[in-house]
Design a binder for this molecule. Structure first.
Ligand code: ADP
Ligand code: MG
Length: 315
């Protein structure tokens, strides 16, 4: 298949048709209508083979995850997904692989009403870059710099599942299917992000681990925080792993959770509990004036640990 046949067959019609797409895949540029009074929220992420996914990973999972990480960024601002673009670098034109990749990308696109409007297809080491575009009323975005002392800190879903799955895979062990699903098919918390407009003072999505990602909120907002580790939402298998080793790095600093961490003024705690989002969330701590992040252990001690850093030297 030629490059153009591949594009026509697998990438021309992904996601629902949208009235705000004046021109989609097929020309030099896509033409998109941003409604008056709305901001265009834009985020881009690359997944590289061997860095972000294992070489033998299910192509449908790669297609899903490449879009999911962008949708998670949109969710973390309270943006409504609208359009995506996709830059795909492939070692060979393996149509069976591309078909499965496209199916994973398409299923998640349909779930969130996001339309693929353009991209680029080249030959080289396997790498996938997705740009996610969303819409948000001007002034309504939930940024990292709005947390204030006294705000309550919440986290959605559960933490550490993907990291525990990856640890098992790298050790050549059989991995629990629920954990494996959390690693390969993360769920971007789009509905929760939208529901938090006008309520959350600051928000971030958890891609590098709660400790490091929350620290971005703290730095941007000029505040500190205390987390109560016994409050962290953990699946039974992660809770067991933490209990066995006393090591909290799975939920705190390993990443790939794609949950939301958000801050709420204490006097609006009832409003947040009344939300009916697409996933549960739990209160895990509080913003304070003193800088720094304190992770309080169940026994009252303090856990020291950081986020995942691609350029740090990791064991
Ligand atoms: P150009 O040479 O002008 O960059 P291309 O030949 O790269 O155009 O792409 C032709 C059309 O196909 C463009 O509209 C581009 O946006 C689209 N396209 C290319 N690759 C992809 C892809 N992987 N997914 C979606 N659209 C793509
Ligand atoms: Mg091109």
């Amino acid at each position: 298949m030629s490059e153009f046949d591949l594009i026509r067959t697998f990438f021309r019609d992904i996601g629902p048709q949208r009235a705000d797409v004046a021109l989609g895949v097929g020309d030099d540029c896509a033409l998109l209508n941003v409604p008056a009074g709305q901001h265009l929220a834009v985020s881009i992420d690359t997944l590289s083979a061997g860095v972000h996914f294992l070489p033998n990973c299910d192509p449908a999972a790669i297609g899903h995850k490449a879009l999911a990480v962008g949708l998670s960024d949109l969710a973390a601002m309270g943006a409504q997904p609208a359009w995506s673009t996709l830059a795909l670098t492939l070692p060979t034109a393996d149509t069976a692989w591309i078909e499965r990749f496209s199916a994973g990308f398409t299923a998640l696109s349909n779930t969130h009403g996001i339309r693929l409007v353009g991209g680029d297809t080249t030959r080289g080491p396997l790498s996938v870059t997705v740009q996610a575009h969303g819409l948000i009323p001007a002034g309504a975005a939930i940024r990292r710099d709005g947390a204030r002392p006294g705000d309550l800190i919440f986290v959605s879903g559960t933490l550490g599942d993907a990291a525990l799955a990856l640890r098992g895979l790298l050790a050549g062990e059989s991995v629990d299917p629920m954990l494996r699903h959390r690693l390969d098919f993360p769920t971007p918390r789009v509905a929760l992000g939208l529901a938090l407009r006008g309520l959350a003072t600051a928000m971030i999505d958890l891609s590098d681990g709660l400790a490091g990602d929350l620290d971005h909120i703290l730095t941007a907002s000029g505040v500190g925080a205390e987390l109560a580790l016994k409050q962290l939402p953990l699946s039974p298998l992660v809770a067991e792993a933490v209990a066995k080793t006393g090591d909290w790095s799975l939920p705190l600093s390993c990443g790939d959770d794609y949950e939301l961490c958000f801050c709420i003024p204490a006097d609006r705690a009832d409003d947040v509990q009344a939300l009916m989002p697409d996933c549960p969330f739990r209160r895990v701590g509080r913003i304070q004036t003193e800088r720094g992040l304190i992770c309080r252990l169940p026994d009252g001690g303090v856990f020291i640990g950081g986020g995942y850093d691609h350029f740090a030297i990791c064991a």
